[in-house]
Design a protein around this ligand. Sequence first.
Ligand code: SAH
Length: 396
Amino acid sequence: MTQLPVLNLASTATGTTSDGRRATMPPRHLADLDLAGRRAAVAELGEQAFRAGQVSAHYFGRLIRDPADMTDLPARSRESITEALLPTLLQPVREMATDDGATRKTLWRLHDGSLVESVLMGYPDRVTVCVSSQAGCGMACPFCATGQAGLTRNLSTAEIVDQVVWFAGMAARGVLPGSPDRLSRVVFMGMGEPLANYNRVIAAVRRLTDPAPEGLGLSQRHITVSTVGLVPAMRRLTQEGLSVTLALSLHAPDDDLRDTLVPVNQRWKVAEVLDAAWEYAARTGRRVSIEYAMIRDVNDHPWRADLLGRLLSGRLAHVNLIPLNPTPGSKWDASPKPVEREFVRRLRAAGVATTVRDTRGREIDGACGQLAASNGGKVGERETGLLARRANEETQ
Ligand code: SAH
């Protein structure tokens, strides 16, 4: 039996960034606050409170952040208001595009040197962004690049929201050929465990879904929160009254294997995590997405497909199989296509809706987490704008 990794479940843990600095939370930003909080912050500057609504409308509504473009603000207070409410949170240090520009991935450096990444994906009918919720991750899943590096720190609400707003601005400027210019979906499938940064992630979901100027005005149904299965936090989410889609990273139907692939399973077992998922489905009426990375000779056996089918049959769920993206130095590989097809066939025979995630290219770092992890802080400003070919996309 392999040695089980030690879990770091403390969501407030702060570590050291990849360039050796102590990780610290960023300055306050308007996306950390609701409109009342923004009004109070503007009043503290000696400005009229309604200016908060104007700045918010620029940021969330017009997707602009340059004070020079905020011509409805008095010139003398533009700088002070934007300094107080719109500090720069994300510096792009590397950008990659693939699929003729329809998939774009950005590596960001945060104010303390932490690195995170996000991916923008354009489709004919929709535009999706995959965001990070933490710098690094404490969940230690051995097949995941982010899991190898450990947790640096939680992202602030605004650091999460700003990834989306930044890409919404790019989409609005028409950078995605053949896609709508309005960003419509957000998936929390980048770096980090969203439910280990619970309060900030929920606040980010509210900012993303509140109508402008309070927020970005996305539909809750178009937001997916993906978790390793932190059961108490899943129960809390069930009580939140949100109708976001819940994705559960199951990866194995049996505790013996899941204890090693998703170490948090040592604390909350398959039966318990699925119960929490069904409670969520029952409360929200939303189909839960069961994520399952197909790893050759590890979790792709026909009997595991049958067991998974029995666990999910008749439930409000669908399975999303993800061909494994091998991480650097990993002994694991994706399942061969015939094995994958047989897995799908058995799940469908059990009456379980199943799709295989479409991955775009496999020749360079692509899975969320791999870019930041493989760069280890050695990315320079000069690499900004670098084009490469590879990114993942979510299905549906
Ligand atoms: N912490 C959250 C979000 C992380 S990433 C979670 O675990 O759900 C989103 C999905 O990508 C998860 O299902 C995760 O297990 C999966 N994933 C991570 N590394 C992968 C890899 N190398 N290949 C395929 N899927 C991977």
